[in-house]
Ligand binder design. Structure first.
Ligand SMILES: [Zn+2]
Length: 277
């Protein structure tokens, strides 16, 4: 509940990371290591040879306007239930770190609090990459690159879900893969009332591209479960000026690599078509 009330999107989970570290300390986990910007890793070593089992929890929230638990300033909200994940990961560690329990185990348990599972705020993360703070936009890939998961034999995590009828526990299925796109339409600013003919309207180009993407939907196969849901993150500078800098972000998701690469190519074509027109 504490984490539910401090939602922070990926690579901004500073409060959540601090709170998780406090919990790690409270339950006596040694070797707490900070990984990437906000990530944490703690190792429970039984002292006996055996497999290394990693239990993960994801630190980040989504951003959902109007969510009942949204942060008033940032609209960040734990709409994906990651606050439960961190609690469950800590609880697993707390239970296994009991000396009586440890006596019956071998190998190592690695507890990982990983940043940035949700692939949002792509532009912000690209800036972090340009500043050299991260290389990958998502936390798990960054952990792999930094070697934080070296030696791990199996990694597992929990995630809240909905089911019908409601159930307490289940095993997850597979998810869609995705290509994420950060899109910039560059136009030419001009006075929107006095000299619109001197401008190049980047917003109109983006609108046309969006329509092009929608027209592609009839070409997708049901079995590929293609999902494309673009947003406009910047629509113009002032209403009196022809929009010259318009930004979009989108995912192109699908259940097969061929499927989402094909859809991704169609999205690229639609974007180019908007820009050309
Ligand atoms: Zn999630």
């Amino acid at each position: 509940k504490t984490i539910l009330d401090m939602p922070e999107p990926g690579y901004r989970e500073f409060k959540t990371s601090k709170y998780t570290e406090e919990q790690f300390n409270k339950y006596g986990f040694s070797n707490i290591e900070k990984v990437s910007m906000t990530g944490l890793k703690a190792v429970i070593d039984t002292g006996r040879p055996g497999p290394t089992v990693c239990v993960m929890g994801e630190l980040d929230s989504l951003v959902v306007l109007g969510h009942p638990h949204a942060d008033a300033d940032t609209s960040a909200a734990h709409a994906c239930g990651h606050h439960c994940q961190i609690a469950m990961m800590i609880a697993v560690g707390q239970s296994l770190n009991d000396p009586e329990v440890l006596k019956g185990l071998s190998g190592k348990i690695v507890l990982v609090a990983v940043p940035a599972e949700e692939n949002i705020e792509v532009e912000f993360r690209k800036n972090l990459r340009e500043e050299g703070k991260i290389e990958f936009l998502l936390g798990k890939q960054e952990f792999v690159k930094l070697g934080a998961l070296d030696g791990v034999d199996i990694a597992m995590m929990t995630h809240t879900s909905h089911s019908n009828p409601p159930s307490i526990l289940g095993i997850g299925g597979t998810n869609n893969g995705t290509v994420s796109k950060s899109i910039k339409f560059k136009g030419k600013a001009s006075h929107a009332g006095g000299a619109p003919h001197n401008g190049i309207n980047a917003l109109n180009a983006a609108m046309l591209a969006m329509s092009g993407i929608h027209f592609q939907r009839e070409t997708f196969k049901d079995e590929d479960t293609i999902r494309i849901h673009p947003i406009i993150t910047r629509g113009g500078a002032a209403v009196s000026s022809v929009p010259a800098d318009v930004r979009m972000e989108t995912y192109v998701r699908g259940s097969s690599i061929e499927g989402f690469l094909d859809a991704s190519e169609k999205v690229d074509r639609a974007l180019r078509a908007g820009a050309m027109a």
